[in-house]
Design a protein around this ligand. Structure first.
Ligand SMILES: NC(=O)C1=CN([C@@H]2O[C@H](COP(=O)(O)OP(=O)(O)OC[C@H]3O[C@@H](n4cnc5c(N)ncnc54)[C@H](OP(=O)(O)O)[C@@H]3O)[C@@H](O)[C@H]2O)[C@H](O)CC1
Ligand SMILES: [K+]
Length: 507
């Protein structure tokens, strides 16, 4: 599913008009009806419903929604919150259809009247502003939004909650606090931003009939379990351990032996053929009981020889001594093996960033926002405000694959392509989760030719496993990173059983 900016959404509408003759009025009818049927899952016939209609095309959708609900026999009060002269174009056309259908609407004259109406209502549908909002809300929207937010009603938003900007970069806004948002055609960037996402509440996306094969490809999409099923490589019946990648995990220390054990174990649980660990010799005895399948190579004081491996993950639990920094630089400059750098490795990489530009073999960096702030010299706040553009700038500038971890993980390729993974839950906000993710990613990297698919799949497998675990057996409080490793078995069984049942349907 594509993710778009406001500008990209307008371009899509324009394409629909140019290549398919789909006029705005038709799209508005489709949008309003699709949203109505989506919202019906939350509305009952006994509910008293207020539909708030603003000045632009989001308001036009509101007229279609109010008309459809009234036609279906729902108890609806439609409130136009701006003067008549503000309703123009396609919205005006739909207002006329609304009126011609014999339906009445109310025009906002005083906030007191609306307040009375909202006090009686069970449901409030926000069709005031969508992707056209610019800057902080002006009146009467700001007052209306405050009024709605303090009422004990179910708040449902159309496309975007009024006041939430579609794009990243703006943090200072006031907005309708929706319990649920019915998003038109494609999620907008703000759905994936920490400061904007809570305004959306739960959400889903409705389709409105755009000519999808003709639309511009903005190379930014949501990666979901269905995408994983389509792209995850199958294990061939005649494969052997060498077919699934020989990986090396470099890291761990006496103080942090568990990290490499988790990375190695997660890699093996995700299908890697062979995993070796290069670590402080003093840490081997505490690591080996947790991962009998791994072999150990002498870590010592030398940079490990990585030739002969299909992939290397480096940095987890490694410590930040300057000697290790030299290792990172040499690995970046000299190794001919795909490299994943995480944790302490990212901290140390800061001094060798320019070396990345010369590297011809893929490099994957997996920072959380704090680590990315360190790498870029930006503040965490700046990263969180515009994670899409900062990720893209960085990945393109240094020619790397960047996995910016968070509740919405953004995966960016060196050519600027982006994928977003929203699987997972707050149970993953614990030490060790990153080590496990690195192991899964290492395994995926070694088993596919398309690194974007490998990384996207790895992120979803990690989050999906955590979701399965808290649905059944664990809670978000007790979940441990090591539970996720063991939970991978269930994830892979779930994925393969669904493909078997699909296959059994085929002749
Ligand atoms: N393909 C689609 O996605 C379709 C989407 N549809 C719906 O259309 C809206 C986008 O419509 P648009 O008219 O471009 O924008 P809005 O309805 O969101 O808002 C326009 C009005 O907003 C006023 N505005 C802007 N900023 C503010 C502010 N800070 N405070 C108050 N008012 C603001 C603006 O007023 P101006 O005086 O600034 O011009 C406009 O009046 C999309 O979200 C979907 O819901 C189509 O229905 C079908 C196709
Ligand atoms: K809205």
């Amino acid at each position: 599913m594509d993710i778009v900016t406001a500008q990209e959404m307008y371009e899509r509408d324009q394409t629909a008009l140019e290549v398919a003759g789909l006029e705005g009025k038709w799209l508005m009818e489709n949008a309003g009806r699709a949203v109505t049927y989506d919202l019906l899952a939350h509305i009952h016939k006994e509910h008293r419903i207020v539909v708030l209609i603003g000045a632009g095309n989001n308001g036009g959708d509101g007229f279609v929604i109010a008309r459809t609900l009234l036609n279906l026999g729902y108890d609806v009060e439609a409130w136009q919150v701006v003067p008549d002269a503000k309703i123009t174009g396609d919205a005006e056309a739909h207002k006329r259809i609304f009126q011609a259908s014999g339906h009445p609407y109310r025009r906002l004259k005083s906030l007191e009247d609306l307040n009375t109406s909202l006090c009686r209502a069970d449901v409030c549908i926000d069709a005031m502003l969508g992707i056209g909002v610019k800057g902080r809300l002006r009146e009467p929207y700001a007052d209306i939004v405050r009024l709605c937010n303090e009422k004990a009603v179910m708040r449902l938003a159309v496309d975007l909650p009024t006041g939430v900007p579609a794009d990243e970069g703006e943090k200072d806004f006031e907005a309708f606090e929706a319990h649920y948002t019915s998003i038109i055609e494609a999620p907008k960037l703000s759905l994936f931003l920490q400061h904007a996402q809570p305004f959306y509440g739960k959400w889903s996306v409705v389709e409105i009939g755009l000519p999808v094969k003709q639309l511009p490809d903005h190379r930014r999409r949501l990666w979901e379990i269905a995408d994983v099923k389509k792209t995850l490589t199958n294990r061939d019946a005649y494969s052997h351990k060498g077919s699934h990648g020989k990986g090396l995990v470099i890291g761990g220390s006496r103080q942090m032996p568990g990290s490499v054990a988790m990375t190695a174990r997660a890699a093996l649980r995700s299908g890697a053929g062979l995993i070796a660990i290069s670590t402080d010799p003093g840490a081997i005895s505490s690591i080996s009981p947790f991962i009998q399948e791994a072999t150990f190579v002498e870590g010592g004081g030398q940079v490990p020889d990585v030739s002969g491996y299909d992939g290397v993950a480096v940095g987890m639990g490694m410590g930040r001594e300057s000697l290790r920094g030299e290792w990172i630089e040499r690995l970046v400059c000299e190794s001919k093996t795909p490299l994943l750098i995480d944790a302490d490795g990212l901290y140390l990489l800061k001094n060798s960033l320019d070396a990345l530009k010369q590297r011809e073999i893929p490099t994957v960096l997996t920072p959380h926002p704090g680590e990315f702030a360190h790498l870029t010299g930006l503040s965490i706040g700046e990263i969180l405000q515009s994670p899409f553009s900062h990720s893209k700038d960085f990945a393109e500038r240094y020619g790397v694959y960047l996995v910016l971890k968070g509740p919405s993980t953004i995966i960016t390729g060196p050519d600027g392509e982006q994928r977003v993974d929203v699987s997972g839950n707050s149970g993953l906000a614990k030490g060790g989760s990153g080590d496990v993710l690195s192991g899964i990613l290492l395994s995926m990297m070694m088993q596919t030719d398309c690194l974007m698919d490998a990384l996207s799949n790895g992120c979803v497998l990690h989050g999906f496993t955590a979701d399965l675990l808290v649905q059944d057996g664990h809670s978000k409080v007790d979940l441990l990173a090591s539970d996720v490793i063991e939970g991978l078995s269930r994830t892979f069984r779930t994925l393969s059983s669904s493909s078997i049942s699909l296959r059994s349907l085929c002749p």
